[in-house]
Design a protein around this ligand. Structure first.
Ligand SMILES: Cc1cc2nc3c(=O)[nH]c(=O)nc-3n(C[C@H](O)[C@H](O)[C@H](O)COP(=O)(O)OP(=O)(O)OC[C@H]3O[C@@H](n4cnc5c(N)ncnc54)[C@H](O)[C@@H]3O)c2cc1C
Ligand code: FES
Ligand code: FES
Length: 501
Protein backbone atom coordinates (compact mmCIF):
# COMPACT_ATOMS: atom_id res chain seq x y z
CA UNK A 1 0.00 0.00 0.00
CA UNK A 2 1.41 3.41 -0.82
CA UNK A 3 0.31 6.79 0.46
CA UNK A 4 1.14 10.34 -0.59
CA UNK A 5 3.52 11.66 2.00
CA UNK A 6 5.67 14.71 2.71
CA UNK A 7 8.42 15.27 5.22
CA UNK A 8 7.90 18.98 5.97
CA UNK A 9 5.78 20.51 8.72
CA UNK A 10 3.96 23.65 7.57
CA UNK A 11 2.39 26.20 9.86
CA UNK A 12 2.06 29.98 10.22
CA UNK A 13 3.58 32.12 12.93
CA UNK A 14 3.33 35.90 12.95
CA UNK A 15 2.21 36.07 9.32
CA UNK A 16 5.14 33.94 8.19
CA UNK A 17 4.86 30.45 6.78
CA UNK A 18 7.23 28.14 8.59
CA UNK A 19 8.50 25.00 6.85
CA UNK A 20 10.28 22.66 9.27
CA UNK A 21 12.21 19.59 8.32
CA UNK A 22 14.59 17.39 10.22
CA UNK A 23 13.16 18.16 13.61
CA UNK A 24 12.72 15.75 16.52
CA UNK A 25 9.04 14.69 16.56
CA UNK A 26 9.01 14.94 20.34
CA UNK A 27 10.43 18.48 20.46
CA UNK A 28 7.90 20.50 22.43
CA UNK A 29 6.45 23.73 21.07
CA UNK A 30 7.75 25.48 24.19
CA UNK A 31 11.36 24.37 23.65
CA UNK A 32 11.11 25.18 19.96
CA UNK A 33 9.85 28.71 20.68
CA UNK A 34 12.35 29.48 23.41
CA UNK A 35 15.50 27.63 22.31
CA UNK A 36 15.26 27.83 18.54
CA UNK A 37 13.24 30.97 17.80
CA UNK A 38 14.24 32.84 20.99
CA UNK A 39 10.62 33.90 21.47
CA UNK A 40 10.98 33.85 25.23
CA UNK A 41 7.64 35.49 26.07
CA UNK A 42 6.22 31.98 26.50
CA UNK A 43 7.43 30.75 29.89
CA UNK A 44 8.20 27.38 31.40
CA UNK A 45 6.83 26.76 34.88
CA UNK A 46 6.02 23.11 35.47
CA UNK A 47 6.56 21.46 32.05
CA UNK A 48 3.57 19.22 32.74
CA UNK A 49 0.48 21.18 31.71
CA UNK A 50 -0.34 22.30 35.24
CA UNK A 51 0.54 25.99 35.58
CA UNK A 52 -0.34 27.67 32.27
CA UNK A 53 2.84 29.78 32.02
CA UNK A 54 3.42 28.28 28.56
CA UNK A 55 -0.08 28.89 27.16
CA UNK A 56 -0.23 29.61 23.44
CA UNK A 57 -3.18 29.64 21.04
CA UNK A 58 -3.54 27.55 17.89
CA UNK A 59 -6.04 28.21 15.13
CA UNK A 60 -7.32 25.78 12.54
CA UNK A 61 -10.46 25.20 10.50
CA UNK A 62 -13.43 23.42 12.02
CA UNK A 63 -15.70 21.11 10.05
CA UNK A 64 -17.83 24.08 8.94
CA UNK A 65 -14.73 25.77 7.50
CA UNK A 66 -14.64 28.47 10.22
CA UNK A 67 -11.55 29.35 12.21
CA UNK A 68 -11.45 27.84 15.68
CA UNK A 69 -9.02 29.08 18.31
CA UNK A 70 -7.77 26.88 21.13
CA UNK A 71 -5.51 27.74 24.04
CA UNK A 72 -3.09 24.85 24.67
CA UNK A 73 -0.06 24.11 26.84
CA UNK A 74 3.08 24.48 24.69
CA UNK A 75 5.18 22.54 27.21
CA UNK A 76 3.59 19.18 26.40
CA UNK A 77 2.61 19.78 22.77
CA UNK A 78 4.91 18.31 20.14
CA UNK A 79 5.94 20.51 17.20
CA UNK A 80 4.59 18.24 14.40
CA UNK A 81 1.10 18.79 15.86
CA UNK A 82 1.33 22.39 14.62
CA UNK A 83 1.14 21.15 11.04
CA UNK A 84 -1.69 22.92 9.18
CA UNK A 85 -2.32 25.47 11.95
CA UNK A 86 -1.58 29.06 12.91
CA UNK A 87 0.36 29.48 16.12
CA UNK A 88 -0.13 32.60 18.26
CA UNK A 89 2.28 33.40 21.06
CA UNK A 90 2.22 36.42 23.36
CA UNK A 91 4.55 38.18 20.90
CA UNK A 92 1.87 37.75 18.21
CA UNK A 93 -0.34 40.24 20.06
CA UNK A 94 1.96 43.14 19.27
CA UNK A 95 0.16 45.79 17.23
CA UNK A 96 1.42 48.94 15.51
CA UNK A 97 -0.96 51.01 17.63
CA UNK A 98 0.07 50.31 21.19
CA UNK A 99 -1.05 47.50 23.42
CA UNK A 100 -3.62 44.91 22.45
CA UNK A 101 -6.96 45.41 24.32
CA UNK A 102 -6.17 42.37 26.47
CA UNK A 103 -2.77 43.71 27.48
CA UNK A 104 -4.16 47.19 28.12
CA UNK A 105 -6.88 45.72 30.34
CA UNK A 106 -4.30 43.66 32.29
CA UNK A 107 -2.24 46.81 32.80
CA UNK A 108 -5.13 49.02 33.88
CA UNK A 109 -6.58 46.39 36.24
CA UNK A 110 -3.19 45.87 37.93
CA UNK A 111 -3.42 42.23 36.96
CA UNK A 112 0.29 41.48 37.03
CA UNK A 113 2.99 41.66 39.70
CA UNK A 114 6.14 39.61 39.06
CA UNK A 115 4.77 38.98 35.56
CA UNK A 116 5.92 35.39 35.20
CA UNK A 117 2.42 34.01 34.73
CA UNK A 118 1.18 37.03 32.73
CA UNK A 119 1.90 35.87 29.14
CA UNK A 120 0.04 32.64 29.89
CA UNK A 121 -2.98 34.50 31.28
CA UNK A 122 -2.93 36.88 28.32
CA UNK A 123 -2.97 33.97 25.88
CA UNK A 124 -5.79 32.17 27.71
CA UNK A 125 -7.71 35.46 27.54
CA UNK A 126 -6.85 35.75 23.83
CA UNK A 127 -8.34 32.28 23.31
CA UNK A 128 -11.51 33.47 25.05
CA UNK A 129 -11.52 36.84 23.26
CA UNK A 130 -11.64 35.06 19.91
CA UNK A 131 -14.22 32.43 20.90
CA UNK A 132 -16.78 34.14 23.14
CA UNK A 133 -18.71 37.36 22.77
CA UNK A 134 -19.81 38.41 26.24
CA UNK A 135 -18.52 35.68 28.52
CA UNK A 136 -20.11 35.21 31.89
CA UNK A 137 -18.02 35.31 35.05
CA UNK A 138 -18.19 31.50 35.05
CA UNK A 139 -16.95 31.23 31.44
CA UNK A 140 -14.09 33.59 32.28
CA UNK A 141 -13.08 31.43 35.23
CA UNK A 142 -13.19 28.29 33.08
CA UNK A 143 -11.04 29.97 30.42
CA UNK A 144 -8.46 30.74 33.12
CA UNK A 145 -8.72 27.36 34.84
CA UNK A 146 -5.31 26.27 33.55
CA UNK A 147 -3.39 29.35 34.75
CA UNK A 148 -1.80 29.75 38.15
CA UNK A 149 -0.66 33.04 39.62
CA UNK A 150 1.22 33.01 42.90
CA UNK A 151 1.32 36.76 43.58
CA UNK A 152 -1.36 38.94 42.00
CA UNK A 153 -4.56 37.26 43.06
CA UNK A 154 -7.20 36.33 40.55
CA UNK A 155 -9.75 39.11 40.94
CA UNK A 156 -7.80 41.77 38.98
CA UNK A 157 -7.12 39.22 36.24
CA UNK A 158 -10.80 38.37 35.99
CA UNK A 159 -11.59 42.12 35.94
CA UNK A 160 -9.18 42.47 33.01
CA UNK A 161 -10.96 39.62 31.24
CA UNK A 162 -14.21 41.54 31.54
CA UNK A 163 -12.73 44.90 30.64
CA UNK A 164 -10.87 43.76 27.49
CA UNK A 165 -14.15 43.81 25.59
CA UNK A 166 -14.75 47.47 26.49
CA UNK A 167 -11.33 48.37 25.11
CA UNK A 168 -12.11 46.45 21.94
CA UNK A 169 -15.25 48.53 21.40
CA UNK A 170 -13.31 51.77 21.86
CA UNK A 171 -10.69 50.93 19.21
CA UNK A 172 -10.19 53.49 16.45
CA UNK A 173 -10.89 52.17 12.92
CA UNK A 174 -7.18 52.07 12.06
CA UNK A 175 -6.56 49.91 15.13
CA UNK A 176 -9.05 47.26 14.15
CA UNK A 177 -7.77 44.06 12.65
CA UNK A 178 -8.34 40.31 12.94
CA UNK A 179 -5.95 40.43 15.89
CA UNK A 180 -7.77 43.11 17.85
CA UNK A 181 -11.29 42.14 16.79
CA UNK A 182 -13.04 40.05 19.44
CA UNK A 183 -15.22 37.08 18.53
CA UNK A 184 -18.17 37.75 16.30
CA UNK A 185 -20.55 35.19 14.84
CA UNK A 186 -19.88 36.50 11.32
CA UNK A 187 -16.13 36.60 11.26
CA UNK A 188 -14.90 38.68 8.34
CA UNK A 189 -12.58 36.88 5.94
CA UNK A 190 -9.06 37.53 7.07
CA UNK A 191 -5.51 36.78 6.04
CA UNK A 192 -5.65 33.99 8.62
CA UNK A 193 -8.43 32.25 6.74
CA UNK A 194 -6.38 32.35 3.52
CA UNK A 195 -3.37 31.01 5.39
CA UNK A 196 -5.39 28.11 6.75
CA UNK A 197 -6.83 27.33 3.32
CA UNK A 198 -3.36 27.37 1.85
CA UNK A 199 -2.12 24.96 4.54
CA UNK A 200 -5.15 22.70 4.03
CA UNK A 201 -4.04 22.18 0.42
CA UNK A 202 -1.19 19.99 1.74
CA UNK A 203 -3.30 16.85 1.88
CA UNK A 204 -0.35 14.44 1.96
CA UNK A 205 0.41 12.59 5.19
CA UNK A 206 3.22 14.01 7.23
CA UNK A 207 6.03 11.47 7.69
CA UNK A 208 9.18 12.63 9.47
CA UNK A 209 12.35 10.65 10.05
CA UNK A 210 14.83 12.28 12.38
CA UNK A 211 17.87 10.41 13.68
CA UNK A 212 16.40 7.31 15.39
CA UNK A 213 12.87 8.74 15.54
CA UNK A 214 9.90 8.59 13.20
CA UNK A 215 6.58 10.45 13.19
CA UNK A 216 3.69 9.37 10.98
CA UNK A 217 0.45 11.34 10.68
CA UNK A 218 -1.95 9.29 8.53
CA UNK A 219 -4.96 10.94 6.91
CA UNK A 220 -7.42 8.04 6.91
CA UNK A 221 -8.42 5.16 9.16
CA UNK A 222 -7.08 2.61 6.66
CA UNK A 223 -3.71 4.40 6.54
CA UNK A 224 -3.64 4.56 10.34
CA UNK A 225 -4.44 0.84 10.58
CA UNK A 226 -1.74 0.10 8.02
CA UNK A 227 0.94 1.99 9.97
CA UNK A 228 -0.11 0.37 13.25
CA UNK A 229 0.27 -3.08 11.67
CA UNK A 230 3.63 -2.10 10.19
CA UNK A 231 4.92 -0.63 13.49
CA UNK A 232 3.29 -2.63 16.33
CA UNK A 233 5.62 -1.07 18.90
CA UNK A 234 4.88 2.51 17.90
CA UNK A 235 3.40 4.99 20.38
CA UNK A 236 -0.09 5.98 19.30
CA UNK A 237 -0.45 9.70 19.97
CA UNK A 238 -3.81 11.48 20.31
CA UNK A 239 -3.76 14.80 22.24
CA UNK A 240 -0.48 14.05 24.00
CA UNK A 241 -1.65 15.27 27.43
CA UNK A 242 -0.49 11.99 28.94
CA UNK A 243 2.30 11.13 26.47
CA UNK A 244 3.77 14.66 26.58
CA UNK A 245 4.68 14.12 30.23
CA UNK A 246 6.47 10.87 29.46
CA UNK A 247 8.93 13.03 27.52
CA UNK A 248 9.15 16.09 29.78
CA UNK A 249 9.02 14.29 33.14
CA UNK A 250 10.25 10.74 32.54
CA UNK A 251 12.72 11.76 29.82
CA UNK A 252 11.38 8.85 27.79
CA UNK A 253 12.65 8.45 24.24
CA UNK A 254 9.81 7.85 21.77
CA UNK A 255 11.12 6.02 18.73
CA UNK A 256 8.12 5.80 16.46
CA UNK A 257 5.04 7.97 16.97
CA UNK A 258 1.82 7.48 15.03
CA UNK A 259 -0.43 10.53 15.38
CA UNK A 260 -4.17 10.07 14.86
CA UNK A 261 -5.15 13.76 14.99
CA UNK A 262 -5.03 14.26 11.20
CA UNK A 263 -7.58 11.53 10.47
CA UNK A 264 -10.73 13.53 9.71
CA UNK A 265 -12.96 10.41 10.08
CA UNK A 266 -11.82 10.18 13.70
CA UNK A 267 -12.75 13.77 14.52
CA UNK A 268 -16.48 12.99 14.42
CA UNK A 269 -19.36 12.92 16.87
CA UNK A 270 -22.38 11.08 15.52
CA UNK A 271 -25.66 9.71 16.80
CA UNK A 272 -27.82 6.72 15.90
CA UNK A 273 -31.20 5.72 17.38
CA UNK A 274 -29.29 3.78 20.02
CA UNK A 275 -26.09 5.58 20.90
CA UNK A 276 -23.91 8.64 20.76
CA UNK A 277 -20.55 7.87 19.15
CA UNK A 278 -17.45 9.90 19.93
CA UNK A 279 -14.45 9.04 17.77
CA UNK A 280 -10.82 8.90 18.80
CA UNK A 281 -9.60 12.33 17.72
CA UNK A 282 -12.45 14.36 19.27
CA UNK A 283 -10.98 16.53 22.00
CA UNK A 284 -12.26 16.43 25.56
CA UNK A 285 -13.89 19.84 25.35
CA UNK A 286 -16.07 18.92 22.36
CA UNK A 287 -16.72 15.44 23.72
CA UNK A 288 -17.90 16.73 27.10
CA UNK A 289 -20.06 19.41 25.47
CA UNK A 290 -21.81 16.63 23.53
CA UNK A 291 -22.09 14.40 26.60
CA UNK A 292 -23.54 17.21 28.70
CA UNK A 293 -26.24 17.84 26.08
CA UNK A 294 -27.44 14.29 26.61
CA UNK A 295 -26.53 13.97 30.28
CA UNK A 296 -26.65 17.40 32.00
CA UNK A 297 -25.57 15.67 35.22
CA UNK A 298 -22.05 15.53 33.75
CA UNK A 299 -21.68 19.32 33.67
CA UNK A 300 -19.73 19.48 36.90
CA UNK A 301 -17.38 16.70 35.78
CA UNK A 302 -16.86 18.58 32.52
CA UNK A 303 -15.76 21.78 34.26
CA UNK A 304 -13.65 19.87 36.75
CA UNK A 305 -11.77 17.78 34.17
CA UNK A 306 -8.25 19.24 34.08
CA UNK A 307 -8.37 22.75 32.56
CA UNK A 308 -9.55 24.22 29.28
CA UNK A 309 -6.10 24.02 27.57
CA UNK A 310 -5.81 20.33 28.53
CA UNK A 311 -9.37 19.64 27.34
CA UNK A 312 -8.61 21.52 24.10
CA UNK A 313 -5.73 19.13 23.35
CA UNK A 314 -6.54 15.82 25.07
CA UNK A 315 -9.17 13.40 23.82
CA UNK A 316 -11.94 11.44 25.56
CA UNK A 317 -10.77 8.22 23.88
CA UNK A 318 -7.20 8.94 25.05
CA UNK A 319 -8.55 9.11 28.61
CA UNK A 320 -10.23 5.73 28.09
CA UNK A 321 -7.25 4.14 26.33
CA UNK A 322 -4.74 5.38 28.86
CA UNK A 323 -6.87 3.53 31.39
CA UNK A 324 -5.57 5.20 34.51
CA UNK A 325 -7.37 3.96 37.64
CA UNK A 326 -7.93 7.62 38.53
CA UNK A 327 -9.09 8.73 35.06
CA UNK A 328 -12.29 10.75 35.42
CA UNK A 329 -14.41 9.76 32.43
CA UNK A 330 -14.62 6.02 32.98
CA UNK A 331 -16.93 5.68 36.03
CA UNK A 332 -19.64 7.77 34.32
CA UNK A 333 -19.22 6.02 30.97
CA UNK A 334 -19.29 2.58 32.61
CA UNK A 335 -22.56 3.21 34.47
CA UNK A 336 -24.06 4.55 31.25
CA UNK A 337 -23.23 1.23 29.58
CA UNK A 338 -20.62 2.65 27.15
CA UNK A 339 -18.86 0.33 24.72
CA UNK A 340 -15.57 0.76 22.90
CA UNK A 341 -15.18 0.10 19.19
CA UNK A 342 -11.77 -1.47 18.60
CA UNK A 343 -10.01 -1.86 15.27
CA UNK A 344 -7.00 -3.80 14.03
CA UNK A 345 -6.36 -3.67 10.27
CA UNK A 346 -9.82 -4.13 8.75
CA UNK A 347 -11.20 -6.06 11.69
CA UNK A 348 -13.47 -4.38 14.22
CA UNK A 349 -14.86 -5.61 17.51
CA UNK A 350 -16.94 -4.01 20.24
CA UNK A 351 -16.50 -4.43 23.97
CA UNK A 352 -18.26 -3.16 27.07
CA UNK A 353 -15.99 -0.47 28.53
CA UNK A 354 -15.88 -2.22 31.91
CA UNK A 355 -14.45 -5.35 30.20
CA UNK A 356 -11.73 -3.32 28.48
CA UNK A 357 -9.75 -3.05 31.74
CA UNK A 358 -8.06 -6.31 32.74
CA UNK A 359 -5.66 -5.25 35.51
CA UNK A 360 -3.50 -2.27 36.45
CA UNK A 361 -2.41 -0.69 33.13
CA UNK A 362 -3.55 -3.79 31.25
CA UNK A 363 -6.26 -3.53 28.65
CA UNK A 364 -7.95 -5.92 26.29
CA UNK A 365 -6.09 -4.40 23.34
CA UNK A 366 -4.02 -6.48 20.91
CA UNK A 367 -0.77 -5.22 19.36
CA UNK A 368 -1.63 -2.87 16.45
CA UNK A 369 -5.22 -2.55 17.68
CA UNK A 370 -6.63 0.84 18.62
CA UNK A 371 -9.81 2.35 20.01
CA UNK A 372 -11.69 3.86 17.11
CA UNK A 373 -14.59 5.31 19.11
CA UNK A 374 -16.67 5.08 22.24
CA UNK A 375 -20.42 4.45 22.00
CA UNK A 376 -22.68 5.70 24.76
CA UNK A 377 -26.30 4.42 24.81
CA UNK A 378 -28.83 7.25 24.62
CA UNK A 379 -30.49 8.01 27.92
CA UNK A 380 -33.74 6.42 28.95
CA UNK A 381 -36.48 8.57 30.45
CA UNK A 382 -36.27 6.78 33.82
CA UNK A 383 -32.49 6.96 34.29
CA UNK A 384 -31.29 8.72 37.44
CA UNK A 385 -27.62 9.67 37.10
CA UNK A 386 -25.19 11.18 39.58
CA UNK A 387 -21.40 11.64 39.23
CA UNK A 388 -19.08 13.13 41.84
CA UNK A 389 -15.37 13.84 41.70
CA UNK A 390 -13.52 14.22 45.00
CA UNK A 391 -10.25 16.12 44.73
CA UNK A 392 -8.44 18.80 46.67
CA UNK A 393 -8.95 21.56 44.10
CA UNK A 394 -12.03 22.32 42.02
CA UNK A 395 -10.29 22.04 38.66
CA UNK A 396 -6.89 20.98 37.38
CA UNK A 397 -6.63 18.24 39.97
CA UNK A 398 -6.58 14.47 39.95
CA UNK A 399 -9.37 12.58 41.71
CA UNK A 400 -8.86 10.85 45.01
CA UNK A 401 -12.19 9.16 44.27
CA UNK A 402 -14.62 9.53 41.40
CA UNK A 403 -18.06 7.93 41.77
CA UNK A 404 -20.89 7.36 39.31
CA UNK A 405 -24.38 6.00 40.00
CA UNK A 406 -27.11 5.19 37.49
CA UNK A 407 -30.43 3.84 38.72
CA UNK A 408 -33.95 3.09 37.49
CA UNK A 409 -36.79 2.86 39.96
CA UNK A 410 -39.99 0.91 39.32
CA UNK A 411 -43.01 0.23 41.50
CA UNK A 412 -41.28 1.34 44.66
CA UNK A 413 -38.15 -0.77 44.09
CA UNK A 414 -34.68 -0.27 42.63
CA UNK A 415 -35.19 -1.85 39.23
CA UNK A 416 -31.69 -1.41 37.75
CA UNK A 417 -28.55 -0.06 39.35
CA UNK A 418 -25.00 0.45 38.07
CA UNK A 419 -22.29 1.92 40.27
CA UNK A 420 -18.66 2.49 39.28
CA UNK A 421 -15.69 4.09 40.98
CA UNK A 422 -12.32 5.49 40.00
CA UNK A 423 -9.50 5.74 42.54
CA UNK A 424 -10.71 2.71 44.51
CA UNK A 425 -8.98 -0.16 42.68
CA UNK A 426 -6.26 -0.87 40.12
CA UNK A 427 -8.71 -0.09 37.31
CA UNK A 428 -11.95 1.86 37.01
CA UNK A 429 -14.38 -0.73 38.38
CA UNK A 430 -18.04 -1.53 39.04
CA UNK A 431 -19.21 -2.08 42.61
CA UNK A 432 -20.95 -5.40 41.95
CA UNK A 433 -21.58 -6.45 45.57
CA UNK A 434 -23.04 -3.03 46.33
CA UNK A 435 -25.27 -3.25 43.28
CA UNK A 436 -26.53 -6.67 44.40
CA UNK A 437 -27.33 -5.27 47.85
CA UNK A 438 -29.52 -2.60 46.22
CA UNK A 439 -31.20 -4.46 43.39
CA UNK A 440 -34.97 -4.99 43.79
CA UNK A 441 -34.88 -3.39 47.26
CA UNK A 442 -36.88 -0.49 48.65
CA UNK A 443 -34.66 2.61 48.67
CA UNK A 444 -34.60 2.90 52.45
CA UNK A 445 -32.05 3.70 55.14
CA UNK A 446 -31.77 -0.02 55.96
CA UNK A 447 -30.96 -0.82 52.31
CA UNK A 448 -28.40 1.99 52.24
CA UNK A 449 -26.60 0.62 55.28
CA UNK A 450 -26.35 -2.86 53.73
CA UNK A 451 -25.06 -1.36 50.50
CA UNK A 452 -22.45 0.72 52.36
CA UNK A 453 -21.19 -2.43 54.06
CA UNK A 454 -21.03 -4.19 50.69
CA UNK A 455 -18.74 -1.44 49.36
CA UNK A 456 -16.03 -2.75 51.68
CA UNK A 457 -16.32 -6.12 49.89
CA UNK A 458 -16.00 -4.47 46.49
CA UNK A 459 -12.93 -2.37 47.16
CA UNK A 460 -9.66 -2.54 49.08
CA UNK A 461 -8.28 0.86 48.06
CA UNK A 462 -4.65 1.93 48.33
CA UNK A 463 -3.15 4.74 50.37
CA UNK A 464 -1.10 7.25 48.40
CA UNK A 465 -0.22 10.95 48.54
CA UNK A 466 -3.74 11.90 47.48
CA UNK A 467 -5.70 9.96 50.10
CA UNK A 468 -5.47 7.09 52.56
CA UNK A 469 -7.26 3.79 52.01
CA UNK A 470 -9.59 4.55 54.94
CA UNK A 471 -10.46 7.97 53.58
CA UNK A 472 -11.22 6.54 50.15
CA UNK A 473 -13.53 3.84 51.47
CA UNK A 474 -15.23 6.26 53.84
CA UNK A 475 -15.76 8.89 51.16
CA UNK A 476 -17.14 6.24 48.76
CA UNK A 477 -19.65 5.20 51.43
CA UNK A 478 -20.55 8.83 52.05
CA UNK A 479 -21.10 9.41 48.34
CA UNK A 480 -23.50 6.46 48.32
CA UNK A 481 -25.27 8.15 51.25
CA UNK A 482 -25.41 11.42 49.27
CA UNK A 483 -26.90 9.50 46.35
CA UNK A 484 -29.50 8.09 48.72
CA UNK A 485 -30.36 11.53 50.13
CA UNK A 486 -30.71 13.01 46.66
CA UNK A 487 -32.73 10.20 45.14
CA UNK A 488 -35.00 8.92 47.91
CA UNK A 489 -38.00 10.54 49.54
CA UNK A 490 -39.81 13.56 48.17
CA UNK A 491 -36.93 15.02 46.13
CA UNK A 492 -36.61 11.72 44.27
CA UNK A 493 -40.32 11.54 43.50
CA UNK A 494 -40.31 15.05 42.11
CA UNK A 495 -37.26 14.30 39.96
CA UNK A 496 -38.96 11.24 38.52
CA UNK A 497 -41.93 13.43 37.79
CA UNK A 498 -39.70 15.88 35.90
CA UNK A 499 -38.16 13.08 33.89
CA UNK A 500 -41.54 11.77 32.82
CA UNK A 501 -42.84 15.19 31.77
C1 LIG B 1 -2.35 19.05 33.77
C2 LIG B 1 -3.14 17.81 33.51
C3 LIG B 1 -4.37 17.65 34.11
C4 LIG B 1 -5.09 16.47 33.90
N1 LIG B 1 -6.29 16.34 34.53
C5 LIG B 1 -7.00 15.22 34.35
C6 LIG B 1 -8.26 15.06 35.00
O1 LIG B 1 -8.75 15.96 35.69
N2 LIG B 1 -8.91 13.88 34.84
C7 LIG B 1 -8.40 12.88 34.08
O2 LIG B 1 -9.03 11.83 33.96
N3 LIG B 1 -7.24 13.02 33.40
C8 LIG B 1 -6.53 14.15 33.51
N4 LIG B 1 -5.33 14.30 32.86
C9 LIG B 1 -4.83 13.21 32.00
C10 LIG B 1 -5.10 13.40 30.47
O3 LIG B 1 -5.39 14.72 30.13
C11 LIG B 1 -6.24 12.52 29.99
O4 LIG B 1 -5.97 11.18 30.30
C12 LIG B 1 -6.51 12.67 28.48
O5 LIG B 1 -7.82 12.28 28.21
C13 LIG B 1 -5.55 11.86 27.62
O6 LIG B 1 -5.92 12.01 26.26
P1 LIG B 1 -4.84 12.35 25.14
O7 LIG B 1 -5.59 12.44 23.86
O8 LIG B 1 -4.04 13.53 25.52
O9 LIG B 1 -3.95 11.01 25.21
P2 LIG B 1 -2.44 10.77 24.78
O10 LIG B 1 -1.52 11.39 25.76
O11 LIG B 1 -2.22 11.11 23.36
O12 LIG B 1 -2.42 9.17 24.95
C14 LIG B 1 -2.62 8.57 26.20
C15 LIG B 1 -2.48 7.05 26.08
O13 LIG B 1 -3.60 6.52 25.38
C16 LIG B 1 -3.17 5.85 24.18
N5 LIG B 1 -4.16 6.17 23.16
C17 LIG B 1 -4.61 7.41 22.83
N6 LIG B 1 -5.60 7.29 21.90
C18 LIG B 1 -5.73 5.96 21.65
C19 LIG B 1 -6.59 5.21 20.80
N7 LIG B 1 -7.49 5.79 20.00
N8 LIG B 1 -6.47 3.84 20.79
C20 LIG B 1 -5.56 3.23 21.60
N9 LIG B 1 -4.73 3.89 22.42
C21 LIG B 1 -4.81 5.25 22.44
C22 LIG B 1 -1.80 6.40 23.89
O14 LIG B 1 -1.03 5.49 23.12
C23 LIG B 1 -1.26 6.58 25.30
O15 LIG B 1 -0.84 5.34 25.80
C24 LIG B 1 -4.59 15.47 33.03
C25 LIG B 1 -3.36 15.65 32.39
C26 LIG B 1 -2.63 16.81 32.63
C27 LIG B 1 -1.32 17.00 31.93
S1 FES C 1 4.94 25.10 31.82
FE1 FES C 1 3.35 24.79 33.27
S2 FES C 1 1.68 24.33 31.97
FE2 FES C 1 3.33 24.39 30.63
S1 FES D 1 2.17 37.91 38.72
FE1 FES D 1 3.65 36.67 39.72
S2 FES D 1 2.94 34.66 39.40
FE2 FES D 1 1.36 35.89 38.64
Amino acid sequence: MSFHTRNTIYFYLHGKRIALRDVSPSLTVLNYLRDELHRTGTKEGCAEGDCGACTVVVADLNQQGCIQYRAINACIHFVPLLDGKILFTVESLKTNHGLHPIQQAMLDCHASQCGFCTPGFVMSLFGLYKTADKPTHEQLCHALSGNLCRCTGYRPIIDAGQRMYDYAQALAPEQQSALTHPYSAQETPSAWLSQLHELAAHTESLVIHHQQQAFLAPRSISELSHYLLAYPNAYLLAGGTDIGLWVTKRQQHLNTIIYLGQVAELDQISQTDEYLEIAAAVNLERAYQALVQHFPELQDLHWRFASLPIRNAGTLVGNIANGSPIGDSMPALIVLGARVLLRRGNTQRELALEDFYLAYQQKDLQPSEFVQAVRIPLRTSTQILRVWKISKRFEQDISAVCAAFCMEYQEGKIHTIRIAFGGMAATPKRATHTEQALLQQNWSLATLEKAQAALAQDFKPLSDMRASADYRLHVAQQLLHKFYLQTSGSSFVSELGDLHD
